[in-house]
Design a protein around this ligand. Structure first.
Ligand code: SAH
Length: 223
């Protein structure tokens, strides 16, 4: 019993979070800003109580509605790609708020964040969590993020946490010159994909990175 109680306390401690950060380093995450922010955001707050005990395992976990909170490694990797490659993080669009965990990490690193989610109960929970954490540079929208958020664009960076079969044209259109998009792409097999919009043109440089597994980008809104 004593053992369990200690585990229960330990789960939320800074030490437990630091162990996760150590593991991310071993897996190749190098950006100190990313690691620092991830050390400061308590991932267990983004999970239901029954799963909170597993919050610092490096794995995706269910958040309801058939969706998952992203694996910490993939959150770190995508965030690192944005930070290393984007020239500006002034206006950033996130597609797929989910639990709000990736949102919270991004909010600590970018100037203004716009986050779009298609499942209303998830969006509302995420909104509350980020407000409780005092993160105020985020605007939320309930809609199909495959269409982006045209009113707020163009964006200096876009990060998508759900995978389309091909990159939606709307998202490409809303990327500013020199803007960077990190997005999982594919249906059978998905690959993390990096697009950089060229200065003064509609052309994009595209890099196909590692194989990944995300939930699919779906259409429509769930209320
Ligand atoms: N980074 C989030 C990942 C959540 S999973 C986290 O760590 O919690 C991906 C999310 O994308 C799900 O919440 C899903 O509902 C959402 N999603 C799927 N298709 C979408 C779409 N077309 N527009 C907006 N959100 C979408």
């Amino acid at each position: 019993m004593d053992h369990l109680r200690h585990e229960g306390l330990g789960m939320t401690s800074q030490r437990t979070r630091n162990r996760l950060i150590q593991r991310l380093r071993e897996e190749g995450i190098k950006n100190e800003q990313v690691l620092e922010v991830m050390a400061s955001i308590p991932r267990h707050l983004f999970l239901d109580e029954a799963l909170a005990i597993r919050a610092y395992e490096d794995t995706a976990l269910p958040i309801g509605y058939g969706q998952t909170i992203s694996q910490p490694y993939i959150v770190a990797r995508m965030t690192e790609l944005l930070l290393d490659r984007a020239k500006s993080l002034r206006r950033v669009l996130e597609v797929g708020t989910g639990s709000g965990y990736q949102t919270a990490i991004l909010a600590g690193l970018v100037e203004q964040l716009y986050s779009v989610e298609r499942v209303e109960p998830l969006l509302e929970k995420a909104r509350r969590r980020l407000a409780e954490l005092g993160l105020r540079n985020v605007e939320y929208k309930l809609s199909n993020g495959g269409f982006g958020w045209p009113d707020r664009g163009p964006y200096t960076a876009i990060l998508a946490a759900a995978a389309p079969a091909i990159v939606p044209d709307e998202l490409k259109r809303q990327l500013a010159p020199n803007g960077v998009m990190v997005i999982p792409v594919g249906s059978e097999q998905q690959y993390l994909t990096l697009l950089v919009r060229r200065q003064d043109s509609d052309l994009f440089d595209v890099e196909k990175l590692e194989a990944v597994r995300f939930v699919p980008l779906l259409s429509g809104v769930v209320r």
